[in-house]
Write a protein that binds this ligand. Structure first.
Ligand code: HEC
Length: 379
């Protein structure tokens, strides 16, 4: 015999049923370190071989859980400890927002690390050699034969006896399989120089090709964060228009969406004459008017419209809203003053909607009537 260590004794069968029976007998005989090879998966084979369920699921579980916990802790650290930022008034710690990210990281780390584990821990990648590879036995069982290989490290192993035993089971051919000496000597590890240089070379070549394709072939620079756009910034020139102005006036006669120009600008008399309060002074409308009056008008006109401003002389005090002039003014006139302003009082059209303006007018009527009640109010 040559000076090579024995790996296993292997036998081929020409029928799948013979193989299953043989596996039963091998089990009965008490061999435990053996393997079965066939050109296609055979249903029931794991059961016949009395294989325990794979432990790979636990690996996946552990990496999945670690992913979820890592994602949670990372987001908690960023959002609560390192960079607390109020977004839309929400609390810093907000589990529902974390869940999609945690789910993604769970799936990602479970799948990626399961594969890494399989490759590097279970299959011992980058070591690609195996004594069964490139043997006549493997060539046959990859095509149309079924095989069993009982390994030499089994406790009951005895070369002569195992060969006899396999022949008794109806084996077609029996092979002695040896480790290949040169492969035994040279087992690449993860940190093997060759493997690392291979990875480095792959990285350089792939990034070089990507760089060339994206920057030179397709003219597509990755991640320029939209620095370069076709656009005209405010206050800049452009060659698109003859006058070289980048900023344009709206086309004459255009009206902004949802906005009608106020027709009585600078014309209080017509406003008073033609504008009619469209709201009925219901409780709701008065509450709205009160709220808006207290917010926008009371700083100058006082809470009850008596012209007692809270501005301590920083702005001219307005006249009282209880004057005869104002009590006799029609609703449209007051509406006009809110909309267009009057002398030093500015327009409030941009802060207060039309409906709110009319509600304020109603509320001013309430204030006025509280100082000049009708007889019926007192009854
Ligand atoms: C920044 C202070 C200020 C605020 C806020 C303000 N006003 Fe005036 N208001 C004035 C001044 C000052 C006058 C007097 C203007 C003038 O000289 O004609 C005035 C005049 C008026 C007049 C006419 C009074 C008159 O006798 O001619 C009315 C009506 C009026 N305001 C209603 C309102 C209402 C309603 C609001 C809330 C939407 C409001 N104002 C908010 C300062 C203010």
């Amino acid at each position: 015999m040559e000076n090579k260590p024995l790996y296993s004794v292997a036998a081929t069968f020409d029928d799948v049923n013979k193989l299953i029976k043989a596996v039963d007998k091998v089990n009965e005989a008490g061999y435990t370190i053996y393997d079965v090879h066939s050109p296609y998966p055979i249903h029931g084979m794991p059961k016949a071989m009395k294989l325990k369920p794979s432990k790979l699921g636990f690996v996946t579980l552990i990496f999945g859980l670690s992913g979820a916990i890592f994602a949670f802790l990372f987001m908690y650290w960023v959002n609560v400890i390192d960079y607390p930022l109020i977004v839309g008034g929400k609390p810093f710690y907000q589990l529902p927002a974390y869940i999609p990210v945690m789910f993604e990281v769970t799936v990602l780390s479970a799948s990626v690390f399961t594969i890494v584990w399989m490759l590097f821990i279970m299959f011992k990648f980058p070591n690609l050699s195996h004594p069964l590879l490139d043997t006549d036995y493997m060539k046959k069982v990859s095509v149309d034969r079924y095989g069993i290989s009982i390994q030499a490290k089994d406790e009951l192993f005895d070369l002569v006896k195992v060969k006899e035993f396999l022949k008794e089971l109806g084996a077609e051919e029996v092979f002695e399989i040896y480790f290949k000496v040169d492969e035994l000597k040279d087992k690449p590890k993860i940190f093997d120089k060759k493997f690392i240089s291979f990875l480095a070379l792959t990285t350089v070549i792939v990034s070089g090709i990507t760089y060339f394709i994206l920057n030179h072939l397709l003219f597509m620079s990755p991640f320029n964060w939209m620095h370069e756009q076709f656009r005209v910034d405010p206050q800049t020139t452009t060659t698109v228009f003859k006058d070289n102005f980048g900023m344009r006036n709206p086309v004459a006669g255009t009206v902004a969406r949802g906005h009608l120009p106020y027709p009585f600008k600078g014309n209080p008399a017509d406003a008073e004459k033609f504008l009619v309060n469209p709201l009925i002074p219901t409780k709701q409308v008065l509450e709205l008017g009160k709220q808006k009056y207290l917010t926008f008008c009371s700083p100058c006109h006082g809470n009850f419209g008596e012209g007692d401003s809270r501005l301590r002389g920083q702005f001219p005090n307005p006249p009282t809203l209880h004057s005869d002039k104002l009590r006799n003014m029609k609703d449209g006139g007051i509406y006009h003053i809110i909309t267009d302003g009057q002398n030093v009082m500015p327009s409030y059209a941009s802060q207060i909607t039309e409906e709110e303006r009319w509600a304020i007018v109603h509320y001013i009527r309430v204030l006025q009537r509280s100082l000049n009640p009708k007889e019926s109010d007192l009854r």
